[in-house]
Design a protein around this ligand. Sequence first.
Ligand code: TYM
Length: 339
Amino acid sequence: MGYTKTSRPRIFSGIKPTGHLTLGNYLGAVRRWVREDQHRADALFCVVDLHALTVEHDPARVRRLTRQAATLLLASGLDPALCTVFVQSQVDEHARLSYLMECTATDGELRRMIQYKEKAAREGARGGSVRLSLLTYPALMAADILAYGTDEVPVGDDQTQHVELTRDLAQRFNQRYGPVFTVPRATHPEVAARVMDLRDPVSKMGKSHAETAGIVYLLDEADAVRRKFIRAVTDSGSEVRYDRMEQPGVANLLDVLASCTGGKPEVLAEEYASYGALKLAAAEAVVEVLRPIRARHAELCADPSYVDGVLRAGAERARGLARPRVDAAYAAVGLLPPA
Ligand code: TYM
């Protein structure tokens, strides 16, 4: 068949251009793509711009953020010689397969997605309307993953439920129509799979949040990073302990520090006598992690044709990989072959 696999695992993951990339995106996902995934697997990384249209959006901003996300992925160290970097809307197969996923998923299943419930509630509270695509989003995400015969999906914790649904859809489709899809599994980093907002450590650090004081962006200048850490909300008490339930603010700082320096949060906790010292250490560790990314980003911005070229080649390869499997899925459900 046209879509048989090589011996290396296939990895797919994506990032949504709804805001500037955050430290959460980096520590929860991108850093592992760079350090591990692109070296050991046939890996594809995608700026999933269609997903950015599920909420109220400004076309010029989405275009700008899509480019910026792609540039930041390269600046973070994704190497087009090792992996495939591309933009979702430039490969038609995602939208094509998404429809078949909508025909596989049920309405109840999609309404149970936590992110849908949270975002729809937020939108409702603002008096706004909810786009239908916000509900069907996980069908498109399943299509992103399944089109490539993906084995592993490296993501932060918040995407677990979506990947579980993708597994269910793959299995259901295969049972009904024949073995077209590989059943993928999510993988998570050991620490920092859920980086929390520095000002509100019981909420995830999210790029589309309106309140930005507790969010560290990859392109923040060193002083801005330091300021945000110094103002981080910690907990009552003064002893530095790693306790996610009782001391979420301190635990978050320890997670970030551990993730940046390679230590273990429980062990690092013993090295700091005060919250202040811990905040300073976490800030400096993050500044050092971001420094080379910012520098490389500035270089790449000076050469947009390079980034365009990478995305063009990436889309071409992705198209070639996805097409045969999506064609097979179309045939399996009873649609006529391409005319
Ligand atoms: P997105 O754009 O919200 O986030 C991109 C990646 O960053 C991770 N992440 C975090 N990790 C730790 N702490 C945080 N605070 C944090 N915030 C974000 C996310 O878990 C994710 O891995 N639905 C996806 C995009 C997507 C996708 C896909 C991912 C679309 N199709 C197919 C994988 C495979 C999303 O909204 O990610």
